[in-house]
Ligand binder design. Structure first.
Ligand code: SF4
Length: 189
């Protein structure tokens, strides 16, 4: 999935307007805690790569947060490698692709993890609060919760997309990077 590059100065704005809830949540937790566990770093890191964040910007982005928690030296020693690895610059030099909804939904986040799909993994209370924060109206929240109860998580995400953008998403959401691209298309038109 390709799209226009994203730059560091726009990233907070774009996270608010165009990231699906799974990525918004990771992004906010990273800004708040200056740390994410491995599953979260992979899920968000590969997504950001997919939205066009360049390797140098990715390193700067993660370092700015992690340095506040573990210090710059430890970041360089313990974390920078895996970011370069995700970009195919270390190890087997595989160019890793961002996770699909299916993969994220079937993940099993443990205590202290923030990855996964909020429609599947959040409590009802936390999900409602997150949807309110995204600006989803009461009526639409109930429609989303209906889909969640019948375990149609991607449809729940599609309804959220439609509520937030005031536009239909006929194809349905099946990949976080697709959510991003479709959102940008609407916002730019
Ligand atoms: Fe993310 Fe997909 Fe879940 Fe939406 S349905 S929150 S894009 S994993």
């Amino acid at each position: 999935i390709e799209c226009a590059d994203i730059s560091l100065k726009d990233i907070d704005q774009v996270a608010k307007s165009s990231f699906p809830l799974c990525m918004r949540h990771l992004f906010e937790k990273l800004r708040e805690d200056h740390h994410l566990k491995h599953g979260g770093r992979m899920q968000l890191g590969l997504f950001l790569k997919g939205v066009g964040l360049k390797l140098d910007d990715a390193l700067a982005f993660w370092k700015a947060e992690f340095s506040r928690k573990v210090g710059a030296e430890r970041f360089d020693k313990e974390y920078a490698y895996s970011i370069r690895h995700n970009y195919g610059k270390e190890g087997k030099r595989t160019d890793y692709t961002p996770y699909s909804c299916q993969k994220i939904i079937s993940s099993t986040p443990g205590v202290g993890d923030h990855h996964g799909c909020p429609y599947r993994h959040f409590s009802e209370e936390n999900l409602r609060a997150a949807l309110n924060k995204m600006g989803v109206g009461n009526r639409a929240v109930e429609d989303v919760m209906d889909k969640v109860r019948s375990r149609h998580y991607q449809l729940a995400c599609t309804l959220t997309f439609e509520a937030v953008h005031g536009a239909s998403c006929d194809a349905g959401i099946n990949h976080p990077n697709q959510y991003y691209i479709d959102s940008q298309k609407i916002l730019e038109s």
